[in-house]
Design a protein around this ligand. Sequence first.
Ligand code: GLN
Length: 498
Amino acid sequence: MINGPQIETGQICHYKSLFLPAILKAMKDYKSLSAVQNDLKEGVITCAQLVEGYLEKEKAGRDLNIFREVFAEEARSRAVEIDTKLKEGTAGRLAGMVLAIKDNICVKGHHVGASSKILEGFESLFSATAITRLLAEDVILIGRTNCDEFAMGGSNENSAFGPVKNPLNPALVPGGSSGGSAAAVAAGMALAALGSDTGGSIRQPASFCGLVGLKPTYGRISRHGLIAYASSFDQIGPFSHTVEDSALLLEIMAGADGYDSTASSRPVDKYSEANTEGKKYRIAYLKDYVEHPGLDPEIKGKLKTIFQDLIDQGHTVEAADFPMVEYLVPAYYVLTTAEASSNLSRFSGITYGYRSPSAKDTMSTLLRSRSEGFGAEVKRRIMLGTFVLSAGYYDAYYTRAQKVRRKIRERTREILENYDLILTPTTPKTAFEIGAINDPVSMYLEDIFTVHANLAGVPAVSIPVGTHSNGMPFGIQVMSDLFEEAKLLAFSKEMNRQ
Ligand code: GLN
């Protein structure tokens, strides 16, 4: 840890008693863009006041270690500009949306660090395509959020700048790797946020913080300007309180991009208008997930109640076999570490970022800069990835994992030929204590239900559906076939209202 605050549970009471009443007094706790835009229209609030409100909350909750950088002045001046546009009737569709972004998405003129020491001092030379599109619709960026280093982790404890604390209970993790983005929205420091999801990094923190979190189909949103972790898995996606807001953000960010050949040129549906229109769905739930011994019994109980409610509403809910559960996590970690070892080779200490002060020649520059610049988990994954790609082991690990990936994808799509949607738990349990899981394999196993969608490439969303008796929220995961976000989100809107 470089300069994060110490984790002291004593600070929790301080945070709860002093911070919350201040928030309530300062600004209405907006949960949707439509509520904000309504108040803007009615003259109840201005964008300038909104920004001040969010900045106040950020200041009051700084102990949570959510932001790496707050764009205070820039947000203020954009708010004034957008207030003028609102008066003139020329404002974009996102006028009034204050957005936090994960520290692995580039914004021109700002530092971007993937919460790693190795990118110290690095400034983005361009903005990610997703960011450019949102700015064109008048979003206001409030800052960049802390995350697991290079998006590798599921608790935010792997940040070089200290862990993020869950605003709902600061002794607990907010999830990861996009934990800062989820925490920013849950703490009311932004209306929505962007994260990236390679194996669950949007859906798991959304579940831990009581939010909607969406991982689109692979290729639905351009990855241009997203710092790569595992390029055939990574997707940018939104966090919000409502499905409507995530749908709108997706609609604006999605679509072909000349800067990313993996961004699909399929037409972008009007996700924000997606509606079930009383449609009855054919839904599969994965028995092997719901009966998994690691699944918390209360989450399992809630899932079963939801299935029954859906049946009562006239939907079909049936069990489907997915016998590959035990292969999900191993295949994911072989393939993503292989891709990471290649992607992260560019951090050499030579072209940009951190260079060790004790570097003397090419070899010591590489060796020392990388040894000092990367954290333990990132180094573990680079070594693991290099090993599975090495000449003697390539076929035994990498090739085999690719074959497993193909089987997972085929079985998933086979289920989705017969059903509209797949329902699963998002996470095996609710948010855990900071420091509670300290061996890497146990942490990897927490990803069991989320890595599936990234291996298969299909879209998946986590919808908050309940509060555990321990007081923490949890979500249900909904998956659909490739590029069927309109159906996925229409159904999710209904789920989120129940
Ligand atoms: N927890 C997973 C991992 O550590 C997911 C990370 C992600 O989606 N970026 O790889």
